[in-house]
Design a protein around this ligand. Structure first.
Ligand code: FRU
Length: 495
């Protein structure tokens, strides 16, 4: 792919002829990898989910967006609204890089409600003549008519002493009758940290530094991006995306990680007594997740199904990435469980079921097949050493999920999945379950797979780029027999 010059990357959408955008849109719409029930960009590159909120009877779901191609260039927020979190109305760019403080990108941030109005707090990314980065935290109010009023000055103009300009991604929450913002930071020793700010008398233009949140993760990567703080079932949770961790066995295999710590945060001393860091997802493509509370009071998580610094097959078609399906979080035995949003059941059509045995010799080729579907596999009795499930299978490709019974290990093998992203280490991702595998709930879209193991105990999320004809579903074992119940629903998306 041709290198993008700095000038091309920082070209504003507003300065481009509409014909170019129409051509780009057309090019993307003809891609054979277009998703049907995931949010993907209509042109260009999507990254982090931003400003997630249920406000005034509607969901607002935005994402980081560079409109002009599949590179990390000048970032906007592209917004969708939704009544149900399964169908989405594109609203176009909601925050644009149009002030001196966010001239080089409206970076990630969050949404909150104040006095009946919707606000965003986000990072303004500015580069000076020497291309030095300056990060400030900004606030924008969404007026009733949908127009944006940005506060004139950043509400936090720069990072505090002792920290570098890697200072971004404020997540706002309420605590003790003040707005608080947890912000990703890097200290001068190049170690990832969290900083906490709060308002004075709830004045949105008056924030003070509370301090650094002290964790036991002293030396845990060089930058912590996209933090999120919330309480679930009486426990304090911080989600974040650390950069710079070394792989450790099956853990931390991707270029960057995202996960969480659970414990007790003392807001007076800013000490967080917490358990070990746990990755949220064990697949190839998952980063920068954020959460919000839905209309039923449930904590919902959405992630970016992609990672930086990797070349994806659709890059050459002028688009990249998508968001994950929304997942409902719950706290169970000291860990987070992630279950697919219940409302996704509304997308189900054409139910097909099958009950049967599979073993080494009877490699069951299921009569049903598909390229966009939900498949639930209940493992009713398992005497096999290893189970094999092949999805999006054809003569030439197949995406393979294996389960090793003795080790309780689930592996996703992408080596035969079709086109592969470049710059990714290894072809497999694995995770050892806490309990024997009893169920897989799998969401397959045109170019992605999300595998929920044991009712949300573990999730593996990945992009795959198979042939359009790769629609088969097969089961077999290494040795021994397994008794299974299959339930498959075709999925009808709105795109
Ligand atoms: C995470 C991230 C954020 C930043 C944004 C810029 O993917 O690097 O830290 O705000 O993307 O697009």
């Amino acid at each position: 792919m041709a290198e993008w010059s700095r000038e091309e990357r920082y070209r504003r959408l507003e300065d481009v002829e509409s014909k170019l955008i129409e051509d780009l849109k057309y090019q993307v719409s003809t891609s054979k990898y277009c998703q049907i029930f995931h949010i993907q960009p209509e042109t260009g590159l999507l990254n982090d989910p931003n400003g997630l909120i249920y406000f005034d009877g509607k969901y607002y779901i935005s994402h980081q967006w560079f409109p002009l191609g599949a590179v990390h260039g000048l970032k906007y927020w592209f917004n969708y609204t939704s009544k149900d979190l399964i169908t989405f109305e594109p609203q176009g760019p909601i925050l644009k890089p149009d002030t001196e403080f966010d001239s080089h990108g409206v970076y990630s941030g969050s949404a909150f409600e104040h006095d009946g109005h919707l606000y965003y707090m986000y990072t303004g990314n500015h580069r000076d003549e020497d291309w030095e980065r300056h990060a400030s935290q900004m606030i924008a109010k969404v007026n009733e008519d949908g127009t944006i009023h940005k506060f004139k000055e950043p509400v936090i103009s720069h990072q505090p002493q002792g920290y570098t300009s890697h200072f971004r991604d404020p997540k706002v929450f309420e605590h003790d009758d003040e707005f608080n913002a947890i912000i990703g930071a890097q200290n001068n020793n190049e170690l990832g940290r969290f900083l906490l700010y709060k308002t004075v008398n709830r004045q949105l233009d008056h924030w003070e530094l509370v301090g650094e949140i002290h964790t036991s993760l002293e030396d845990f990567g060089y930058m912590w991006e996209c933090p999120d703080y919330f309480k679930l079932d009486g426990e304090d949770v911080i989600l974040f995306s650390p950069q710079g961790l070394e792989p450790k066995g099956d853990k931390f295999r991707n270029i960057y990680q995202s996960g969480y710590i659970i414990g007790e945060l003392d807001f007076d001393t800013l000490t967080f007594e917490h358990n070990e860091f746990i990755e949220l997802d064990n697949g190839f493509d998952f980063y920068a997740p954020q959460t919000f509370v839905d209309e039923h009071g449930k904590r919902i998580l959405i992630g970016w199904m992609g990672l930086p610094e990797i070349h994806y097959p659709t890059d050459d078609e002028g688009w990249a990435h998508c968001l994950t399906i929304p997942r409902e979080l719950s706290m169970e035995e000291g860990k987070l469980r992630q279950r697919p949003l219940k409302a996704l059941e509304k997308l189900r059509t054409n139910k097909e079921t099958a009950l049967g045995y599979a073993n080494k010799f009877t490699r069951v080729l299921h009569p049903y097949e598909g390229t966009q579907y939900e498949l639930i596999i209940d493992i009713l009795d398992n005497e096999a050493s290893e189970l094999y499930f092949e999805l999006r299978a054809s003569k030439k490709c197949s995406t393979l999920i294996t389960y090793n019974t003795r080790e309780q290990k689930v592996t996703l093998d992408r080596s035969e999945s079709g086109l592969l992203p470049d710059n990714v280490t290894d072809m497999t991702r694995s995770t050892i379950l806490d309990t024997p595998l009893t169920q897989l709930q799998i969401f397959v879209d045109t170019s992605s797979i999300e595998i929920f193991c044991n009712d949300g105990e573990r999730v593996l999320t990945s992009r795959i780029f198979p042939d359009e004809t790769a629609s088969g579903i097969k089961t077999s074992t290494e040795s021994g027999q397994v008794y299974l119940q299959f339930t498959k629903y075709e999925f009808k998306g709105d795109r």
